[in-house]
Design a binder for this molecule. Sequence first.
Ligand SMILES: Cc1cc2nc3c(=O)[nH]c(=O)nc-3n(C[C@H](O)[C@H](O)[C@H](O)COP(=O)(O)O)c2cc1C
Length: 201
Amino acid sequence: MKILQIDSSILGDNSVSRELTAHIAAQLKQDNPGATFTTRDLAAQPLAHLTAAIYTGLQTPDAGDNAELADNFKVLEEFLAADTVIIGAPMYNFGIPSQLKAWIDRLGVPGKTFSYTAEGPKGLAGGKKVIVASSRGGAYKDMPHETAMDHQEAYLKALLGFIGVTDIEFIRAEGIGMGAEARSKAIDGAKGQISAVKAAA
Ligand SMILES: Cc1cc2nc3c(=O)[nH]c(=O)nc-3n(C[C@H](O)[C@H](O)[C@H](O)COP(=O)(O)O)c2cc1C
């Protein structure tokens, strides 16, 4: 079994999503001692904005001797090879960090993760589980403003669904900016959810 951990928070040791991804990884390691773990820290080693050369290059069979394209292929292949993917996804400005968006830009590749058929779009990257560690300063879940303002979890769900991933679990700590008590309650609540997390069957 292959497990991939993605972190994208810019807040280092103060990051809530990183605290949660670390807990999720520890839980999965304990439950799956034989699993192979790969980690990618998108804040420490950011991916560049997507370019036309990379976008079209990723649609070719392989990178040939193009080293930059090979690095980008590695990002896509890591995702495709993983059975379970843990994504640390803070809400920044109602969406996801641009670091995480740059990673996603390596996944939305026609012919690799989706295709258009006579019946409509078809996801090609199914059969894996994604666990999203979601952190946000305000509260959105089941609130009247959820649909209008949550472009973080809703976006990830739509994007992953489009490429065929339907087994998505959100571990959520929200209200992080609403005082120390709310912050620790939210983190404790999310950690409580983690004990029930299981890797892809
Ligand atoms: C650059 C930035 C933008 C943010 N934008 C929002 C926002 O739009 N809505 C919100 O509820 N919280 C917002 N927050 C608060 C974060 O969602 C919150 O601090 C969360 O814990 C961030 O996850 P992290 O600690 O893993 O970085 C923002 C924080 C930062 C640093």
